[in-house]
Design a protein around this ligand. Structure first.
Ligand SMILES: Cc1ncc(C[n+]2csc(CCOP(=O)(O)OP(=O)(O)O)c2C)c(N)n1
Length: 311
């Protein structure tokens, strides 16, 4: 099972599912039939699988009456399940590949030069206390958790998907924190924070949430470096059109809105910064997005190699 972090099924899913679906060395594990529950949105290898004409896709009807998902228009049945009896040898190979990929991923992420968002996501998800709620911003944060964190129970993970907007996410986190009976956290990109800066403005007679917003500040839109527009041939226009650096001083922004602010120099310092605290605060972790594309490519290569050796 490959599950997205905001799905209740996440703790039971594979650790490295999206990596494996994209790994050439795991091509022989490709399924012939797929069951879709809910609305997968995060990973291109998953979308490619669902659009593959050689794969029989079965979509579970949504019991709450919401529209079911068949973006590629390839579902062969809705609401009806195929016989679910995968070959045990095949599922065992998936488990072996997942173990090998997870080991390679963890080793690679131990290197301080590995992508900062992935390192942060792994550390954050391991450090959150049981009963915590976590709101994940669109763009890389939700994907970083899906790609790097060890799936675990004991958390309520929320994410605004819809059309994957970065708007309104501070307000989502504030509202969700006020409604949650337990510690509340959010993980957002810097542009996502800036897009909803006014979410930090809370009137004197309004309830104030106990909420820690972890912001991965890479000075702009990191995700675009991983997409087509991040290819070297588009470099001359990239920063102005997609990178959109802003130079905002987040500490000053927090001071202006009465929001606590802590700067964490290194991902290793994150768990201490998450110690319980009352009120609204931002924990800023800075990283560099210039090497993100190469960093992800390196991880894909390392995982591919490890899976090739294991299968
Ligand atoms: C309302 C809205 N405007 C624009 C976009 C397009 N968009 C997608 S990701 C992104 C960059 C987000 O940057 P940041 O929050 O810093 O996260 P990062 O990409 O660095 O992980 C933008 C502008 C969007 N998703 N929603």
């Amino acid at each position: 099972m490959i599950a997205e972090p905001a799905s209740a099924a996440w703790p039971a899913g594979l650790r490295t599912g999206p990596w494996l679906l994209g790994a050439p060395s795991a091509a022989e594990l490709k399924p012939t039939q797929v069951v879709v529950a809910g609305r997968p949105t995060l990973h291109r290898p998953v979308q490619r699988l669902l659009a593959d004409p050689d794969v029989a896709t079965y979509v579970l009807a949504d019991t709450r009456g919401l529209p079911w998902t068949d973006v590629a228009g390839t579902a062969c049945a809705v609401g009806a399940l195929p016989p679910l009896a995968p070959d045990p040898a095949w599922t065992k190979r998936w488990a072996e590949a997942d173990d090998a990929a997870a080991l390679a991923l963890d080793r690679a992420l131990d290197d301080p030069g590995a992508p900062g968002g992935l390192r942060l996501a792994r550390t954050l998800l391991a450090a959150l206390p049981r009963g915590a709620q976590l709101v994940l911003g669109s763009s890389n944060p939700v994907r970083d958790v899906a790609l790097a964190a060890v799936p675990r129970p004991g958390l309520t993970i929320l994410s605004n998907r819809g059309v994957a907007g970065i708007d309104g996410t501070v307000s989502t986190a504030v509202g969700a924190a006020l409604a949650h009976d337990g510690p509340a956290f959010a993980l957002l990109g810097d542009l996502t924070l800036l897009h909803d800066t006014t979410g930090l403005v809370i009137g004197p007679d309004e309830p104030r949430p106990d909420l820690t917003i972890v912001v991965l500040n890479d000075g702009g839109g990191g995700i675009f470096g991983l997409l087509e527009q991040g290819a070297p041939e588009h470099a001359p226009a990239f920063e102005r059109v997609f990178g959109t650096p802003h130079g905002v001083d987040l500490a000053a922004l927090c001071a202006a809105t009465g929001t606590g602010h802590v700067l964490v120099d290194d991902v290793g310092g994150l768990p201490d910064a998450l110690a319980p605290a009352a009120g609204l605060r931002v924990v800023e972790v800075r990283t560099d997005r210039r090497e993100l594309r190469e960093g992800h490519a390196r991880l894909r290569a390392v995982i591919d190699e490890a899976v090739a050796a294991a299968l």
